[in-house]
Design a protein around this ligand. Structure first.
Ligand code: ATP
Ligand code: MG
Length: 392
């Protein structure tokens, strides 16, 4: 995982927001060298703007021979000719102006591509992203959104995606997708230390749109036998072979959900426009913050965002202190698509909700969000203004 270094903690924090989840921040080159000694798989270090240029150059020169697969990205207040010349001579791969966080993210992605190319497919460990859909409230649309997001990410087979139903007592992913699994996570009980890809493969059910599903147990009482250690093992094993592991959760902070959140790279929090839900979501966000879960990688999805209840998206953003990443309006077609077993992103790709979910999926995938064409649905779009919007 990438490491960022700068003596100013605020700068390290801002750099971490554009680095992959799990990235590490330190305050000196000394600590960075200590980190590198422990992490032989490291592929990039980001040197912050307050680090002395001489230190940055010396470190890079050392890394060039001792760790040639580690790229160096240098952030500078001023990109003078002298800085660029010294950086080039030392072998710094990218120099990025301070404040241009997007370019830092791009440079880190390029460093990863280089690392994969240098080490070869067998050298690079494939680690997919865990995307968890969570809400402390029941019935807000978690399962609907998890299923549609997973299908949008899968993009009909363009990416390898596994949807995991961690609503262990009352999971309904399988029924929502009209699947009849012969196996579920229940069949992994007891294999906390031995579960591997081959065993897990046998427990997955394939959906026609190139999506694999790990179903919840068929009886609620099995839940208590599914240990946090097993959940960690399942998610870690899945991320080794899938590009994305999308997790649907129960509406509570039970130990299984907390374990999943701990393994999460991108957390989608679903809220609706009612005061009890918003209150609970606020408490949940504070808990995620306290536990340092998915910091900088939380995405607020407002479902039923058109409900005329006197609270708009702007008010939600003010209450929760976070931007709304996507909005999905109430639509009978969403519920009907679910009931028909053909989720809306597949059944009606031109629907506004499908567009909103696809854009969110693109955002989660770390790709620039492209505007999607949407069908007009019964003139609703004019009535409710923009049906969705994206903010980063
Ligand atoms: N935007 C929407 N418009 C219309 N119906 C919706 C919308 N979102 C969800 N629904 C419907 O609301 C119901 C509850 O949704 P869903 O099961 O996804 O919620 P949940 O948060 O997973 O619930 P639980 O906490 O019980 O697991 C479903 O019947 C679903 O079809
Ligand atoms: Mg659900």
């Amino acid at each position: 995982m990438p490491a960022a270094v700068d003596p100013d903690n605020a700068i390290v924090t801002s750099l971490l927001t554009v680095l992959p989840s799990g990235a590490h921040g330190v305050d000196s080159t000394d600590r960075l060298v200590a980190w590198l000694a422990q992490h032989s798989e490291e592929y990039v270090v980001v040197l912050g703007p307050n680090l002395a240029l001489d230190d940055a150059v010396r470190l890079t020169e050392n890394l060039r021979t001792s760790r040639p697969t580690v790229s160096v990205v240098l952030v500078r207040h001023d990109l003078t000719t002298d800085v660029l010349t010294q950086a080039m001579k030392a072998g710094i791969r990218d120099v990025v102006p301070h404040g241009d966080l997007a370019s830092v993210g791009d440079a880190v992605s390029r460093a990863h591509q280089l690392y994969v190319a240098l080490r070869g497919p067998s050298g690079a460990v494939h680690l997919g992203k865990v995307v968890t859909v969570f809400s402390p409230k029941g019935g807000v649309g978690k399962t609907t959104m998890a299923v549609n997001l997973a299908l949008a990410l899968a993009d009909r087979g363009a990416r390898q995606v596994c949807l995991v139903d961690l609503d262990l007592a009352f999971g309904d992913v399988a029924i929502t997708m009209q699947l009849f699994p012969s196996h579920s996570i229940e069949h992994a009980i007891g294999s906390e230390d031995s579960l591997d890809t081959a065993l897990l493969d046998g427990l997955l059910t394939r959906h026609q749109d190139s999506l694999m599903v790990l179903a919840a147990p068929s009886h609620p009482d099995v839940r208590d036998r599914i240990t946090p250690a097993l959940i960690s093992r399942v998610l870690r094993t899945l991320r080794e072979s899938f590009d994305y592991v999308v997790v649907d959760t129960a509406p509570s902070f039970d130990e299984q959900t907390l374990t999943a959140l701990d393994e999460t790279d991108e957390c989608v929090i679903v809220a609706t426009l009612d005061v009890p839900t918003l209150k609970n979501v606020k408490v949940a966000l504070e808990t995620l913050e306290m536990l340092n879960i998915a910091r900088g990688h939380r995405h607020l999805l407002l479902n039923r965002a058109d409900d005329a209840v006197g609270i708009g998206a702007d008010k939600v953003e003010a209450i929760l202190g976070m931007a709304v990443a996507a909005q999905v309006a109430t639509s009978l077609e969403i519920a009907a698509a679910t009931n028909a077993g053909t989720p809306i992103v597949v059944g009606t790709p031109g629907h506004a909700a499908s567009g909103a979910i696809r854009v969110l999926a693109t955002q989660l995938a770390g790709e620039p969000a492209a505007p999607q064409p949407v069908d007009q649905v019964d003139g609703e779009q004019e009535k409710t203004g923009r049906r969705f919007r994206i903010r980063r």
